[in-house]
Design a protein around this ligand. Sequence first.
Ligand SMILES: [Zn+2]
Ligand SMILES: [Zn+2]
Length: 258
Amino acid sequence: MKLTILGSGAALPSARHNNCSFVAHSAQPILFECGPSILYQLAVAGISPESIRTVIVSHIHGDHSLGLPMLLVSGQIAQRERPLTICLPSSAVDQAKRVCTTVYPGLERFMTSKVQWIGLPEKDSASLMLPGKTRVTTAPAHHPVPVVSSHVSFEPEGRDLTFSGDTAFCEAVARNAEGTGLLLHDSNWSDKLKNGSGHGHSSAADAGRVASLARAKRLALVHRAAELEGHEPDVRSEAAGQFSGDVLVPGDFSTIDL
Ligand SMILES: [Zn+2]
Ligand SMILES: [Zn+2]
């Protein structure tokens, strides 16, 4: 089973690194994060928006959610038949719906008839089944707005991954990721390069610490600030100083075998 990285960058994209997003090519494909240029990212990767069955958005920040109206309007124009499930932190569901109907008032009917909206708990863990026999267990992470990290098990494929969402170092993310095959973790900063710190994001070293606590098999550093471009070997070694498994620093439109 493959993952396509649609974007490995942080909130402000560069020419080579767009907003963090990826697709898990399970029997019922899942899109993680839906930033403002999602339709462009899917087009470049050769993935039809209509093939996506479920979207998991970790939090309402624009670099993660502003593509939702675009994804929905493309479904409306394509007369999408397949239902779409969208998961967000519970307080973000109405906020996201409001954005969609503000920018495209005509979306209301499509949103009611074709989209199932699921609010994920923001203070507790939860476990639920998604289409395609996919189990997701969630845990709240640390960010200025409610954010939910997800451990997703693809039961038919016998694979799993965990995505931190945007977060500062958070033990609850590590507990939720226990034994995961692949942890994709916020790596907005580098402690060594000192391109910034705090404010609800992790450094590569923080990501390595979480992967180690979780006993993850592999770690992929994502949501990397543009200032880290060209420093990928340093960022990798910073995380590897805390974690003995494989550390990946994936580029946009690369694929990862799960
Ligand atoms: Zn972000
Ligand atoms: Zn954020």
